[in-house]
Design a protein. Structure first.
Length: 459
């Protein structure tokens, strides 16, 4: 954030204003408050490993307060009772405020998640505002159907908000993930929400809570409670008064939250989980394009400390399993958690590095001879998040797109996202879409209202 003295630092060759963290407390019922326990935890800059600031540490007691506020706002507050048009106008104002703070928000994600400042400034933060506007525009277009029943009856369906929604999000796209979850829920007929950001990246979520209030989102509608997974996160998953749970993170934790939901109030769950997304390059492909796309697919985002250690373990394992390390494989830089871009060849389908999600800058090259073999290898994973296809042959592109069991296929492109394009996995990459009109459905429930027509005896 621009300091009072306008101080700035050089970063990636750009002058960027210096970070100044304004919001470090939990946001519950429209107020920034300390944790009930009084505890705080540190959030670090993964580029240097240095502590940025301390954040109030929410746990079960704070989640209880946030859910109570969200429940009250849903059961008795104005948000679900106002028209979709009014809710949409507030969400548009929220998006306008994001636009006015793009640099401040981009810097928060840079220091918190180690993301590139320009990626935040040009893509993540404007993308978040775009997503919010998409759903703001949808808020007054939610309606059911009219049904002509047999026996001289008629019925109609109502699309009703599911209620209080719990959102648990990961650290790799703090702003994007926040709005993947929050914007359709708020637009969908007026749900209220409790967000548990990742412990690594709470800063931008708290800033968004402040902007939401400034935009006119009523108190209790949007609550943000930073804290750790096994405490705050688990309290969201098992809460008896949360009506729906939407989670993005690892498959391992996804299983835990689904279990907790099943053991508590059977709240419906949507999961966006890990992936092992292949990019299939056919021999007719434009080689320069293929190289650019696989680089983009593998080396775009950044890792944190735990992830850094995990990635180095996988690189070691790849070598022990007999794959050939062509380049990279080592940490780089003298601070932060950076690893060289790494490429393995001679990778066999059953090797751990070919099967597990590594979630780091490691590429495994696997050869194939026929289209059928490419499809078989691409499907030889428990995951099904996404896949890339690089070819000029439209018949191959169409056939392979239909044959791969994954939620998104990118042909001659990669990471092509749009608010109108649903995103979410197949198989163990989860279920329930973010983005697109599909995402609204996660936060709506359908009620059927039936009645006999005039002069129709019933019973
Ligand atoms: P993670 O599963 O460790 O954590 C995600 C969130 O869950 C965090 O907020 C964490 O605090 C919380 N959590 C941890 N334990 C919990 C528990 N017992 N109960 C409730 N909540 C708990 O994931 P991560 O390490 O933050 O992120 C990386 C993972 O997320 C990768 O596997 C990646 O593939 C996945 N991811 C998937 C998508 C997608 O769109 N499918 C997007 C981003 C990240
Ligand atoms: Mg983790």
């Amino acid at each position: 954030m621009a300091g009072a003295n306008g101080s700035s630092e050089k970063h990636e060759g750009f002058e960027v204003p210096k970070v100044e963290v304004k919001f470090t407390k939990l946001f519950i019922n429209g107020q920034f408050v300390d944790a009930v326990s009084g505890k705080t935890f540190e959030t670090r800059d993964p580029r240097t490993g240095e502590v940025i600031t301390r954040i109030a540490e929410g746990d079960k007691a704070d989640i209880d307060l946030a859910v109570k506020a969200a429940r009250e706002a849903f059961d008795n507050g104005p948000w679900p009772r106002m028209t979709g048009y009014e809710r949409g106008r507030i969400l548009h104002r929220f998006a306008d405020l994001i636009d006015q703070h793009i640099e401040e928000l981009a810097i928060l994600d840079t220091v918190d998640a180690g993301k590139l400042f320009m990626v935040g400034k040009l893509r993540d933060i404007p993308g978040a505002a775009h997503l919010l506007r998409y759903y703001a525009g949808a808020a007054d277009k939610i309606h059911g159907a009219t049904l002509k029943m047999s026996q001289r009856m008629q019925a109609y369906t109502l699309k009703e908000p599911v209620g209080v929604v719990g959102h648990i999000v990961p650290w790799n796209y703090p702003s994007t993930m926040f709005f993947f979850k929050v914007s359709p829920a708020l637009a969908a007929a007026g749900c209220t929400v409790v967000v548990k950001p990742a412990e690594q990246t709470p800063l931008s979520a708290l800033f968004y809570a402040h902007l939401a209030k400034e935009a006119g989102v009523p108190d209790g509608v949007l609550n943000v409670v930073p804290g750790f997974g096994p405490t705050a996160g688990a309290a969201v998953a098992s809460h008896m008064d949360i009506d729906k749970l939407s989670f993005t993170g690892s498959t391992e934790v996804g299983r835990l939250v689904m279990e907790a939901a099943a053991k508590s109030n059977l709240k419906p769950v949507s999961l966006e989980l890990g992936g092992k997304s292949p990019v299939i390059v056919f021999d007719d492909a434009d080689v320069d394009m293929a190289v650019n796309l696989v680089n983009f697919a593998t080396y775009t985002n950044k890792v944190d400390k735990d992830q850094y250690e995990k990635v180095l373990k996988y690189i070691n394992l790849g070598q022990r399993e007999g794959a050939t390390l062509v380049t990279g494989g080592k940490p780089c830089g003298d601070k932060g958690y950076y690893i060289e871009p790494t490429i393995f060849t001679d990778v066999k389908d059953d090797m751990t590095i070919a099967q597990d999600e590594i979630f780091g800058p490691v590429m495994s090259l696997i050869k194939f001879k026929t289209v059928e073999e490419a499809i078989q290898k691409a499907n030889n994973t428990r995951y099904g998040l996404a896949a890339g296809i690089v070819t000029k042959n439209i018949d191959i592109a169409n056939t392979v797109s239909r044959s791969i069991r994954a939620g998104v296929i990118w042909i001659n492109c990669y990471f092509a996202f749009d608010p109108d394009a649903p995103f979410g996995g197949y198989k163990m990459s989860g279920f329930g879409k973010d983005m697109g009109m599909d995402a609204l459905e996660k936060y709506l429930q359908t009620k059927t209202v039936a009645t006999p027509l005039y002069n129709t005896p019933w019973l």
